[in-house]
Design a protein around this ligand. Structure first.
Ligand SMILES: Nc1ncnc2c1ncn2[C@@H]1O[C@H](COP(=O)(O)OP(=O)(O)OP(=O)(O)O)[C@@H](O)[C@H]1O
Length: 327
């Protein structure tokens, strides 16, 4: 028996099927459940950052309204489909005007990434929303509501999805680990949360990739996302500031090889760590380093050599450290 893609990808395998299974987003879920109770709803606009459950909620709503076979009553057009004005005029119109099955009160049209639709296509959509309100409800999904034309916004009930909280993400990851029998450390899962910034899809994908390397620890997590452990980046900065240029250089080279980092990856991570409270340096030194990382990053983007630029950065940092110690 072949394994389908949805079983291979944990983010799909563990996608909630019903509104009750959705993690967090309590306010959204509460309002959507009301529609299920009433078996009626207006057009909906779901907005919010990636991986927070917008598409999941649209499917779960349809599932709770119409049961397992809800896809019979739903037309879904996602980002990979053509959604220009022609598709709206043909596919969507055809579906919206087709007869509504007697056992359901309305059909559902789900448009993912609606903010990427052209203004013309949105105008055509708006007309369909007006014409077929009796037989169809539209659910539009967008990251940025401002890209949806005003007349559509005003015809929809707005639902805001927020990034998931740390305890919710960590709890979900633990549950998945239990299902899949993978081993983890608490810090490993917390690191996944920090990197994913409340995006559950990213969190689950990272978990799956890290679990393939063995126990899920901060080290395996940083490895799969192609980042060095922040502590090691801070060590490089400290070594240079303490005057040990050669050791700092050696450490940095090791990190780049071990984690497969490019020059811009490194400089971005250094930039992030400058503001970390874990790094014990005075405010004015942070300011100076931030200024110089900007310069190095610019040179790298312009095509300068990674190794020469990073060595120049470490040399500058070493000289800065010596000056500070002398003063
Ligand atoms: N609130 C949530 N509760 C449980 N799982 C979630 C939640 N949000 C996201 N997920 C997980 O992340 C995956 C992606 O979620 P979904 O497709 O709903 O995100 P989205 O908000 O529509 O993102 P995008 O804007 O990128 O389309 C789901 O398959 C599910 O595994």
């Amino acid at each position: 028996m072949s394994t389908s893609l949805s079983e291979l990808l944990w983010a799909e395998k563990y996608r909630p099927r019903t509104l009750d299974e959705i993690v967090n987003q309590e306010e959204v879920v509460r309002r959507l459940k009301k529609f299920v109770e009433e078996k009626n709803m207006p057009h909906l606009l779901f907005v919010g950052p990636p991986g927070t459950g917008k598409t999941t909620a649209a499917h779960a709503l349809a599932h709770d309204l119409y049961g397992e076979n809800y896809m019979q009553y739903m037309l879904e057009l996602n980002a990979s489909d053509e959604r220009g004005i022609d598709t709206i005029r043909t596919k969507v119109k055809e579906f919206a005007r087709s007869r509504t099955p007697p056992n359901v009160p309305f059909k559902i049209v789900l448009l993912d990434e609606a903010d990427n639709m052209t203004a013309d296509a949105q105008q055509a959509l708006r007309r369909l929303m007006e014409m077929y309100t009796a037989s169809s409800r539209f659910i539009l999904i967008a990251n940025f509501p401002s890209k949806i034309i005003e007349p559509i916004q005003s015809r929809c009930a707005l639902f805001r999805f927020t990034p998931l909280k740390k305890e919710d993400v960590v709890a979900r990851l633990k549950w998945i680990c239990g299902q899949e029998g993978c081993k983890y450390t608490e810090e490993g899962l917390e690191t996944i949360y920090e990197i994913s910034e409340g995006d559950m899809r990213r969190a689950i994908n990272t978990l799956q990739a890290a679990a393939a390397l063995g126990v899920v620890t901060p080290e395996t997590v940083y490895k799969v996302v192609g980042l060095a452990h922040p502590r090691e980046i801070r060590e490089v900065i400290q070594l240079a500031l303490s005057g040990d240029f050669m050791k700092a250089r050696e450490k940095l080279r090791g990190l780049m090889i071990n984690y497969g980092l490019s020059g811009t990856d490194v400089i971005k991570q250094i930039h992030r760590e400058i503001f970390s409270q874990e790094l014990k340096i005075p405010e004015e030194v942070r300011v100076m380093i931030a200024d110089y990382t900007g310069e190095i990053q610019f040179r790298l983007v312009e095509g300068a050599d990674d190794e020469i630029q990073l060595n120049a950065f470490l040399a500058w940092l070493t000289l800065l450290g010596q000056k500070l110690q002398g003063s």
